[in-house]
Design a protein around this ligand. Structure first.
Ligand code: NDP
Length: 330
């Protein structure tokens, strides 16, 4: 590799922000004890927010966005990593306050890295990406709350998106009866059934103002949507059920009542992927490598290049991206 590498950087301007494709050198990178030759990154919802500036995800300027990447260690002074190791990174403020994955090279703290789990390529790791890893954290949350397949149906909201698609595939693979809530029933119904959804509901059934308590339906839920959708899911959750909340695709508000908690003992479990301790990360990535059906992963993944990112950023925020999007940065 030459001394320069290709990167996408966002710069602050009087009008807001501007995306530039640039040739950078190691001197442009931030501090860290491991240099990684990035092979693949991805587009998550948060990357869409960072690239468009629609929410203040980027905190330092100029910044290379990209909240996750996978690649090969080029050099390291961290005791756990050596040149040639394949690694994955997601979270820790990378792509927000530290240069991220939309470049052919990254310099980061070794403490943030996870060794690529056996059985996955760097491309597959990024097909999973932050979205898929978060879906696994949600599944682990349901299990921790005692939601087993025999307890009843589990609903996944935002099902045709990244978190949703991986959650549907994982839960179906574990034997749950999964109901997928989507706004794209007509175009993505077959896709979602292919991932293992037993049934589909139109997201309009959940996205408007609802009652404090509704008919009990769900033993558990993975919610990537927030707002009225999360409120309605809570009101439809069965006695003792668990709802894992990780997203805000509909909105950050939660217009709900305490009724599901105090009358049905429902648990609302928050899921954050960014600052998750290292042991949980290793456990989640290990389970993804063992339990996610790689044919299903393939079916939910499309591939694009660094140059496609500005277009894809708008598309993911508009809910037009299906499943997961891998970015080949080279
Ligand atoms: P995607 O855009 O891939 O998926 C979001 C899905 O939500 C869409 O595909 C769509 O599904 C649905 N959706 C979009 N807009 C609306 C709307 N207005 N009302 C109802 N449903 C809507 O994003 P990701 O899967 O990457 O992320 C999903 C959410 O999870 C985001 O809010 C993201 O910020 C959050 N997230 C949080 C993490 C954490 O650490 N807590 C980590 C990763 C993601 P459909 O077409 O099927 O209806």
């Amino acid at each position: 590799m030459s001394d320069t590498f290709r990167a996408l950087r966002v710069h602050k301007t009087d009008a807001g922000q501007e995306t530039r494709f640039e040739d950078l050198t190691a001197a442009d990178l931030m501090d860290g004890d491991v240099v990684v030759r990035v092979e693949f990154s991805t587009v998550n919802f948060k990357d869409g927010l960072a690239l468009t500036g629609r929410s203040p995800v980027v905190r330092v300027w100029p910044l290379i966005p990209g909240i996750d990447f996978a690649g090969e260690v080029e050099s390291s002074s961290h005791p756990e990593f050596k040149a040639g190791d394949k690694v994955v990174l997601n979270g820790w403020g990378v792509g927000e306050t530290h240069h991220g994955g939309y470049a052919q090279k990254a310099r980061v703290k070794g403490d943030w890295l996870v060794k690529l789990p056996a059985g996955l390529t760097t491309e597959q790791a990024m097909a999973i990406g932050t979205a898929g890893y978060t879906a696994m954290l949600c599944v682990m949350g349901l299990e921790k709350g005692g939601v087993t397949p025999d307890k009843g149906e589990v609903v996944v909201t935002g099902a045709a998106g990244g978190v949703g698609s991986v959650a549907v595939a994982l839960l179906a693979g574990l034997g749950y009866r999964v109901v997928a809530s989507t706004g794209r029933k007509d175009t993505e119904g077959d896709y979602l059934r292919g991932l293992g959804a037993a049934d589909l509901i139109d997201r309009n059934e959940l996205s408007g103002p609802g009652r404090p308590l509704a008919r009990e339906r769900w033993a558990g839920a993975v919610d990537a949507v927030g707002s009225h959708t999360l409120a309605n899911v809570l009101s439809q959750t069965r006695y003792g059920g668990v709802v894992t909340a990780c997203g805000l695709a509909q909105g950050m508000d939660l217009p709900a009542s305490v009724a599901p908690f105090i009358l049905r003992g429902v648990t609302l479990m928050g899921v954050d992927s960014v600052m998750r301790p290292k042991a949980d990360r290793a456990a989640a990535w290990g389970r993804l490598a063992r339990e996610l059906d790689l044919d299903k992963l393939d079916a939910m993944t499309s591939k694009a290049a660094l140059g496609d990112l500005p277009r894809l950023a708008g598309e993911i925020l508009d809910g037009k991206v299906r499943g997961r999007m891998v970015i080949d940065v080279n």
